[in-house]
Design a protein around this ligand. Structure first.
Ligand code: HEM
Length: 359
């Protein structure tokens, strides 16, 4: 079996739902036939999950911005070529081509890459050539959510690592900060996910932040009739203008030093519902955040999530599990278990596929 598409998963679920004996969740359905499996490394590398958790927690204690970065790496990995750790490659085997990492949509805005490096090298020393980088990214994203206050969820594993990474794969596969609900939904549906997943997972913007150049078009020369986006609370816009230079000004153009603003300044490091409360109060940072509250199709869910943290946490877990199934590489002969997450193995380093724990 090559890439296991969520469309196939959907077909499985529909077929199975017709049976009255069906009580499994979508995620359990995806695990059918050992494609991905919770506890995949129980026999081959029993320390894997606890090791990753400890490293994420240690890094978070040293740098509280790490959990947000890890969750975003997972999202950007899975939406471009599937959850295959292609985002981690420093070089692509195709000569002269740039990698996903070198796209402006990733670039220096990726945070947490060194946490993945430490996790991989630690796990390689415990269980060489066994745990894929794609699985480490999925585990680390879950552990990041937990470090930010989420109660946690099981992560099915068994993904294999991709053999290439191209910057040219990004366009059309990631939503942009100025996009509306229609465009965002199209991107998610293209991955076998739903508009609801897009709203729920945007709740990840409860932690972390965005560089000014991602949204400063909303603060200056917005339109012929309005300097500031009228959809933004004027007091909030005024505060943001004190931090963010206008697009095109020299300060704003220096990518490495561009100011970054918290999505949810009230609880910047807590994965809670206040992101949804903020967007309902017209204090969403990105145009895309604001669109979720303005669009009549998504507003009711934003309101429900704003009211109920347990609902948010439950749906966030389900959507993260679905995200982790997008176009995964599974099975013998597909991809590899990279020894270093930043580089594909050289021919002499190719290793046989890792078997699930009950083989
Ligand atoms: C729905 C459409 C989405 C758009 C348009 C969008 C766009 C963005 C942008 C522009 C940034 C700021 C990057 C920077 O300046 O450093 C960002 C940050 C972030 N995004 Fe999204 N995003 C979306 C959905 C998601 C989803 C689905 C997730 C998680 C599953 C996610 C997780 C994050 C996190 C955690 C950050 C903060 C990163 C950090 O502070 O290091 N986003 N997003």
């Amino acid at each position: 079996m090559a890439r296991f598409s969520l469309l196939v998963l959907a077909a499985l679920i529909i077929a199975a739902a017709a049976s009255s004996s069906w009580h499994r969740s979508a995620v359990e359905a995806a695990i059918v036939d050992g494609l991905l499996q919770v506890g995949f490394y129980d026999r081959t590398c029993p320390e894997a999950e606890s090791t990753i958790r400890e490293i994420v927690n240690t890094d978070k204690n040293n740098d509280p911005t790490i959990p947000a970065g890890l969750i975003r790496i997972f999202f950007h990995d899975c939406f471009v070529k599937g959850c295959d750790a292609s985002i981690l490659l420093d070089e692509t085997p195709t000569p002269g081509e740039e990698t996903e990492k070198q796209s402006p949509a990733n670039g220096f805005t990726l945070n947490g890459l060194s946490t993945i490096d430490v996790a991989k090298s630690t796990i390689e020393s415990l269980c060489p050539r066994t745990v894929s980088c794609a699985d480490i990214v999925a585990f680390a994203a879950r552990d990041a959510a937990v470090a930010a206050g989420h109660p946690g969820y099981p992560v099915a594993a068994g993904r294999r690592d991709g053999l290439g990474s191209l910057k040219s794969s990004l366009p059309g596969n990631l939503p942009g900060p100025g996009q509306g609900v229609g465009e965002i939904t199209r991107v998610f549906v293209g991955k076998g996910m739903t508009q609801e997943d897009a709203v729920v997972l945007s709740g990840a913007h409860s932690i972390g932040g965005a560089h000014c150049f991602m949204f400063s078009d909303r603060l200056y020369n917005f339109s012929a009739g309005a300097d500031v986006d009228p959809a933004m609370d004027p007091g909030y816009a005024g505060m943001l203008r004190t931090v963010c230079p206008a697009p095109g000004s020299p300060d704003g153009e220096d990518p490495e030093n561009a100011p970054k603003v918290a999505f949810d300044a009230r609880t910047e490091q807590r994965l809670d519902t206040s992101y949804f409360v903020e967007v309902l109060s017209r204090r969403g940072l990105l145009g895309s955040d604001n669109a979720l509250a303005e669009d009549p199709g998504t507003r009711p869910l934003v309101e429900a999530l704003a009211r109920d943290v347990q609902l948010f946490h439950r749906k966030f877990a389900e959507s993260m599990q679905k995200l982790g199934m997008v176009d995964v590489l599974v099975g013998e002969g597909n991809g590899e278990i990279r020894m270093d997450c930043r580089a594909v193995n050289t021919p002499g380093e190719q290793v046989p596929p890792t078997l699930p724990s009950d083989f």
